[in-house]
Design a protein around this ligand. Structure first.
Ligand code: HEC
Length: 180
């Protein structure tokens, strides 16, 4: 008797798990295929997310449309280029993976001038970057005292600053920023 009831309890759990897995697959597949353009992001409210972005200091570093700064990557049209998962990770664990197009460099010229900016290109002889002031600069490696690619601490994590709901709202908002 005992064995029987344990076994049946077990299969009931398995059935629930299977049903849940099925539900997840059904819910995820249209988004995973990158279709379902009209089916907006699942949780999160874009309007609230927009308010968080505008009041949360994001535009001190980022540009969206014609507002904000060029210090960090331009977020205009980011929704066309990044999945919601990737956006969430960029907010919560920014140092986990800095994408190659967001690589920043810090260099020190022989005269002591320090320049930081986003790396555009580099070869054996020279380094090209765009500074936080939007200036295109090219340096000969021979003219540099130091040259380092900065990987960490560029983007402050929102962990502990925004609630889970606010993160979902911001992800929902950024997902709406698409090329028209
Ligand atoms: C101190 C400057 C700074 C602030 C403030 C800042 N960011 Fe960033 N952010 C960066 C930099 C630099 C990067 C690129 C390096 C990286 O990915 O960690 C970045 C990366 C990102 C990315 C990934 C971009 C991509 O191409 O995938 C997103 C999304 C983002 N930030 C959103 C935000 C939001 C939303 C806020 C406000 C809550 C914010 N950032 C505040 C500097 C900043």
């Amino acid at each position: 008797m005992r064995t029987f009831s344990t076994a049946s309890g077990c299969s009931a759990i398995q059935a629930v798990a299977a049903a849940a897995a099925l539900l997840v697959m059904v819910a995820v597949s249209p988004a995973a295929q990158g279709q379902g353009a009209s089916a907006g992001p699942p949780a999160g409210d874009p309007a609230r997310g927009k308010a968080v972005v505008q009041s949360g200091g994001c535009l001190d570093c980022h540009r969206i449309g014609d507002r904000g700064s060029h210090a960090g990557p331009d977020l205009t049209e980011l929704g066309s280029r990044r999945t919601p998962d990737r956006l969430r990770q960029a907010l919560v664990d920014p140092d986990e993976e800095v994408l190659p197009e967001n690589r920043y460099v810090r260099l020190v010229a022989k005269d002591g001038t320090v320049v930081t900016g986003r790396l555009l290109n580099q070869d054996a002889m020279s380094v090209q970057l765009i500074t936080t002031k939007d200036e295109l600069k090219s340096y000969l490696r021979a003219s540099l005292r130091e040259f380092a690619i900065v990987q960490k601490g560029l983007m402050p994590s929102v962990r502990g600053k925004l609630t889970d709901q606010q993160v979902a709202d911001v992800v929902a908002y950024l997902s709406t920023l698409k090329a028209s």
